[in-house]
Design a protein around this ligand. Structure first.
Ligand code: BT5
Length: 236
């Protein structure tokens, strides 16, 4: 069972768990109604407000975790399933952005605490739900459920759906069922496209079973990318 702990305001649910994970059990979910200093990857800012979802799931894996990138794809597929219940044209931008059309509705930040094993995994999830206003820079590339559907949603219902879907997918992952990868492939926003990854132009043709992106370079060489910043012109 996943245990929910709800805070009114926190700077960042991920940062909170990074500091306090020792006092919480496996499968604890920290939810904050309002996050005042949310962050993304590479120290980037994540804009949150009480209109939107900010939560972090703590896992203390009992079994060795073979691939953190698979956990991150698994989370993307779970959230894809929830958001797709409400809107069409949902895409997964490998490894962990969820888009509606060309705009980002959800970002995922996976952080790990590793000594000689994985002590803790912190999976931060931000979903734009009822928020209509973003900063000028972010509004060009962000969307929310309310902006798409012109109606607002009960955040707690969505949070419960996210946790339930995550729980199912994580259990499957632990049972070596990797069908979530098919969701990531089928609804990928970048497979079949030329993109820039880490400043190199490549053609993306698949996601490998280990979660890496399979790409063809300009000289025809086939390569796999394990981690990358993907740039598409004028869109997410
Ligand atoms: C992410 O980073 O997309 C991961 C975001 C994770 C946020 C959650 S909320 C709960 C938990 N606690 C935290 O502190 N974090 C996690 P990245 O791929 O680096 O994308 C960051 C970029 O997304 C920014 O540089 C902006 O351009 C854009 N951005 C910022 N806020 C946004 C928003 N609300 N919606 C869409 N795009 C946003």
């Amino acid at each position: 069972m996943y245990k929910k702990i709800i805070f009114d305001t926190l700077p960042s649910s991920n940062a909170y768990l990074k500091q306090n994970y020792r006092q919480y059990e496996d499968k604890t979910v920290i939810i904050c109604d309002k996050q005042t200093d949310g962050h993304g990857r590479l120290g980037r800012n994540w804009e949150s407000s009480s209109d939107n979802i900010a939560l972090s799931i703590l896992l203390k894996p009992q079994v060795p975790i073979a691939s953190l990138s698979l956990i991150s794809l698994m989370t993307s597929a779970a959230i894809f399933n929830v958001i797709s219940k409400y809107v069409d044209n949902v895409k997964i931008k490998w490894p962990n952005d969820i888009l509606i059309g060309k705009k980002k509705v959800c970002g995922i930040l996976l952080e790990s605490i590793i000594s000689n094993k994985v002590e803790a995994l912190i999976i931060g999830i931000g979903i734009n739900v009822n928020g209509k206003n973003f900063s000028l820079e972010v509004s060009k590339k962000a969307t929310s459920l309310v902006l798409e559907n012109k109606k607002s949603y009960d955040k707690m219902i969505l949070i419960d759906e996210v946790i339930a879907m995550f729980a199912d997918f994580y259990q499957a992952y632990l049972n070596n069922d990797h069908t979530y990868l098919d969701i990531c492939r089928k609804y990928s926003s970048i497979i079949g496209r030329n993109v820039k990854i880490n400043d190199e132009d490549v053609y993306v043709f698949d996601i490998a079973d280990n979660g890496n992106l399979k790409v063809r370079k300009f000289d025809g060489a086939i390569d796999e990318v394990a981690y990358g910043e993907i740039t598409l012109t004028n869109e997410y």
